[in-house]
Design a protein around this ligand. Structure first.
Ligand SMILES: Cc1cc2nc3c(=O)[nH]c(=O)nc-3n(C[C@H](O)[C@H](O)[C@H](O)COP(=O)(O)OP(=O)(O)OC[C@H]3O[C@@H](n4cnc5c(N)ncnc54)[C@H](O)[C@@H]3O)c2cc1C
Length: 553
């Protein structure tokens, strides 16, 4: 923790210097001693310190200052640092003001000038107040603080981005914290966008985009070279698998990720079927380990950067990024995965991020302690989420379109759900409307068999209903099926014939697309088994085929 601050204020420079000297002598090793020659200047200093979340332990103000009296200064300082201990320096004539201050300002003590000898008249009082402050004031958070409202989708997105990139932060809820509101008002200058982010260097960002935020928190957003042996689009399990094998096998490797490493798996609360983790592992933890491993082996990972286009020039595959730059490589692996499908019922889009979330939204779970939570969907991801939320919520209701869970969910999860008293499963049920003005307050559901409709109170709804491929950036480059999943290997062959425009004398490798040297791995591939292990395996496999390809060019 940074040293707590003692701030002293006096308009008479000689007195100010004398008290500063005495404070420094006794408290300088443990506290930062600051001084100011007017109340206005000192209030500005306190505002700046507050933005940095610097701890202020003690304010020592002279009562007689022409511009602003000591008691007036301490009264205003109370709004900024309510917990700081407050001491007034007075002359005999000011005793009445000091006594009044004890009530009005919550003054902790008043000292008579002169305070000589300090060992007797100054230090004992201040030592007492400082040890009291140390014992009662929580240590201020030294990292990123995010001020917003629970119901602001942008606040949710920023928290999610930081959490998925493993950057710690502290959440400050404007609706419950008056001090946070004052802090936000002090910097937003009429700009009411949320969230506002406070950094320990005193700087702030208002509703930043991911790229700006990534740069601010020190994530790599620019490549160090313009050419790589291997470029990977997407840092989900397939991309991470490819990066680990590519980099460890000597290929100069860059991986480009538009959000956060981990992909869908990174949003999973608990993956229980990935080899080597008998007690399961959270998606976030798995993603962090894989990211560290890929980096240690030499892969570059660009975060908050999107690939918007791909083109082929002779033996080079050129990748265009959303910041206007281009990178080239000899071999490209598309591992861009999928996004879960959206629920297009009235109210859902409007309330997304404000009580309605796609995926497990782990950052939000603890806000729904002892409340009614709904999970839409009947596959493994929905089941895992229901189990996870059952640790916080009063009740978790799973809304499943199909007639039972057994068609779409692993038996081990079905067993866990059946044994869990907090979870109720409603089969044959669909959501028809999301209710609420600024945040979700209820939902309408319909039984598909009886057609019966029902309105239920709901604090949160988490949706898991299928997936859409991320292949638009290569839509006119590689062959895809009608749903946009990328074809590879044998599925490209028609009656023994190679795909149209195929330029090589051999058949495509199993994970190679309709363009030689461009490979696909993971969920975005047509026919993929949507599992973490399969994605990782395909990433590794694609790299071995990249080696074979590179021998031919
Ligand atoms: C909530 C949840 C729980 C799950 N639980 C399990 C489980 O327990 N066990 C299991 O085996 N599987 C589970 N799965 C499935 C598993 O997570 C996926 O099969 C796996 O993540 C697929 O990996 P991928 O790398 O192919 O794609 P993704 O994980 O989808 O990753 C693709 C990445 O590419 C990025 N990207 C996309 N387009 C671009 C672009 N143009 N430029 C740059 N980057 C881009 C995306 O941001 C994303 O990070 C779960 C899925 C979900 C959603």
């Amino acid at each position: 923790m940074a040293k707590p601050i003692i701030l002293t204020i006096d308009d008479e420079i000689q007195v100010l210097n004398a008290i500063e000297r005495d404070l420094r002598k006794r408290f300088g090793s443990e506290y930062r001693i600051m001084k100011s020659s007017s109340g206005t200047e000192a209030l500005e200093t306190l505002q700046q310190l507050k933005l940095r979340n610097s701890p202020v332990a003690l304010l020592l103000a002279d009562q007689r200052m022409p511009e602003m009296e000591g008691t007036e200064f301490l009264l205003q300082a109370l709004d900024i640092y309510p917990q700081a201990r407050k001491v007034l320096l007075t002359a005999y004539a000011d005793t009445e003001a000091a006594i009044k201050g004890l009530n009005d300002v919550g003054l902790d003590h008043y000292l008579m000038k002169p305070w000589d000898p300090p060992d007797q008249n100054l230090y004992p009082v201040l030592e007492d107040l400082l040890s009291d402050w140390l014992a009662t004031v929580p240590i201020p958070y030294d990292g990123i603080r995010i001020a917003g409202t629970l119901w602001s989708p942008q606040s949710h997105d920023i928290k999610d981005f930081l959490a998925r990139n493993h950057i710690p932060y502290q959440w400050l809820d404007l609706e419950v914290d008056q001090e946070t509101q004052l802090l936000v008002d002090s910097i937003n200058d009429g700009d009411h966008r949320l969230p506002v982010l406070f950094f320990s260097d005193g700087s702030t960002l208002i509703q930043p985009d991911f790229r700006t935020l990534a740069e601010k928190v020190g994530l790599q957003t620019e490549a160090t070279k313009t050419y790589y042996d291997l470029i990977i689009i997407g840092a989900g399990p397939a991309g991470l698998g490819a990066a680990v094998y590519g980099a460890s096998e000597g290929l100069s490797t860059a991986m480009i990720e538009r959000e956060a490493p981990g992909g869908q798996a990174g949003t999973s609360s608990r993956i229980e079927n990935y080899l080597g983790f008998p007690k399961g592992i959270s998606g976030g933890d798995l993603a962090r380990r894989a990211t560290d491993q890929a980096k240690r082996l030499g892969a570059e990972i660009l975060t908050a950067v999107e690939v918007v286009d791909v083109r082929v020039e002779d033996i080079y595959r050129i990748v265009a990024l959303n910041d206007g730059t281009e990178l080239s490589c000899k071999a490209l692996i598309i591992a861009s995965g999928v996004t879960v499908r959206t629920l297009n019922e009235p109210g859902v889009e409007r309330l997304t991020g404000a009580g309605i979330y796609y995926g497990a939204a782990l950052t939000e779970a603890s806000h729904y302690r002892d409340q009614d939570v709904f999970v839409v969907g009947g596959a493994n991801s929905a089941g895992q989420a229901a189990m996870f939320f059952s640790r916080f919520a009063k009740k978790v209701t799973m809304l499943v379109r199909g007639t039972s869970l057994s068609k779409s969910m692993s038996q081990y999860l079905i067993d866990q759900i059946e044994d869990n008293e907090i979870i109720e499963v409603k089969t044959n049920t669909v959501v028809t409307e999301a209710l609420g003005k600024e945040r979700l307050t209820g939902i309408k559901i319909k039984d598909r068999v009886t057609e019966e409709e029902m309105e239920l109170p709901a604090a949160a709804m988490f949706i898991f209903i299928g997936a859409k491929s991320h292949s638009h950036m290569v839509a006119d480059v590689v062959a895809q099926n009608s749903a946009g999943f990328i074809l590879a290997g044998r599925s490209l062959m028609r009656n023994g014939k190679r795909p149209q425009g195929w330029t090589s004398q051999r058949d495509p490798f199993p994970l190679e697309t309709s363009v030689p040297g461009i490979f696909v791995a993971g969920d975005v591939r047509d026919g993929a088994v949507r599992r973490v292990a399969s994605a990782v395996g395909e990433g590794a496999n694609a790299v071995s085929q990249v080696h074979q390809y590179l021998k031919t060019v």
